[in-house]
Design a protein around this ligand. Structure first.
Ligand SMILES: O=C(O)c1cc(=O)[nH]c(=O)n1[C@@H]1O[C@H](COP(=O)(O)O)[C@@H](O)[C@H]1O
Length: 281
């Protein structure tokens, strides 16, 4: 049996070769309409295929947002399966954005669904919520290690409501978000060139210098484009951790479809702005 190289190593290489951009596959009903597609399974399939065709051979990471597929029931999930498989076959790493989180015994089943190498929805990494306690994610951490996959744990999310949970200060004086980052740093200790257990940290959050983002793992940074952050914000938000940042753009790219060239041009523009911001810092 061939053992897959750990996600962190595969991601580091993809980021070095292709640049760090992650494009989201978020088939909002409004985007289907803008693309001249029906809000049905055929529209969903055309949308997803087009994004994969436009992006999978050039960006480091594609991140399908499961909710927009689940909306159509089992046939939508079938489209998600094909999307993941085609994107991976074309050379992109796939982060499944399903934000799963539950008690450990149920978490094990979620992990089997997305991180077992024989699962129809096997993805290179999965977004997970640690807000049933970081330890509840252990089955996902264990299976990810076994499969050469990764996780992105919600630490400091891009939405304004996240602060009431994530900035809350615990009895030991550390915030909840900082605690999640510390768990991830422990998970990734000693891994080279990069650990496989990433954090989600919004690009919208402004100065995060009070947080230790040095987790030796990737930092998925949503919020660029539609949520108002720009690539130029990245150095201020991420400081010394900038090299490990995977900036995500969904609607900011997708709104340029359905033309494949226009999608590529939009993604290239973000990629150039990101490179400029990273190299200037
Ligand atoms: O885990 C995520 O990807 C995520 C975390 C977060 O804190 N904020 C956030 O926006 N996201 C996701 O990132 C994408 C952002 O989409 P746009 O705002 O269209 O670029 C959506 O799929 C969100 O579900």
């Amino acid at each position: 049996m061939t053992v897959m190289e750990p996600f962190g190593a595969r991601l580091r290489r993809a980021m070095d070769e292709r640049g760090p951009l992650c494009v989201g596959i978020d088939p909002h009903a409004s985007l289907l309409a803008e693309w001249g597609l029906n809000d049905d399974v055929a529209g969903l399939e055309r949308f997803s295929r087009t994004v994969v065709e436009a992006m999978a051979d050039r960006v480091a990471v594609l991140k399908p947002q499961s909710a927009f597929f689940e909306r159509f029931g089992s046939r939508g999930v079938a489209v998600l399966e094909t999307t993941v498989q085609e994107a991976r076959a074309a050379g992109a790493l796939v982060v499944m954005d399903a934000k799963r989180g539950d008690i450990g015994s149920t978490m094990a089943a979620y992990a089997e669904s997305f991180l077992h190498k024989d699962a129809p929805l096997f993805s290179d990494a999965l977004t997970v919520s640690p807000y049933l306690g970081y330890g509840s994610l252990k089955p996902a951490v264990d299976l990810a290690r076994e499969s050469g996959a990764g996780l992105f744990v919600l630490a400091l999310t891009s939405n304004p409501e996240g602060g009431e949970v994530q900035h809350a200060v615990r009895g030991d004086g550390r915030s909840v978000g900082a605690t999640m980052l510390a768990h991830l740093a422990a998970e990734n200790a000693g891994e080279e060139p990069l650990g496989s257990f990433g954090a989600v940290v919004g690009a919208t959050l402004g100065d995060l210098s009070s947080y230790d983002l040095g987790i030796n793992g990737p930092l998925l940074a949503p919020g660029i484009g539609a949520q108002g952050a720009t690539p130029a914000d990245l150095p201020r938000v991420f400081g010394a951790a900038l090299r490990n940042v995977v900036p995500n753009v969904s609607r900011g790219v997708l709104r340029h479809g359905p033309d494949v060239t226009a999608l590529r041009t939009a993604a290239d523009r973000f990629a150039v702005e990101i490179r400029t911001a990273v190299t200037a810092s």
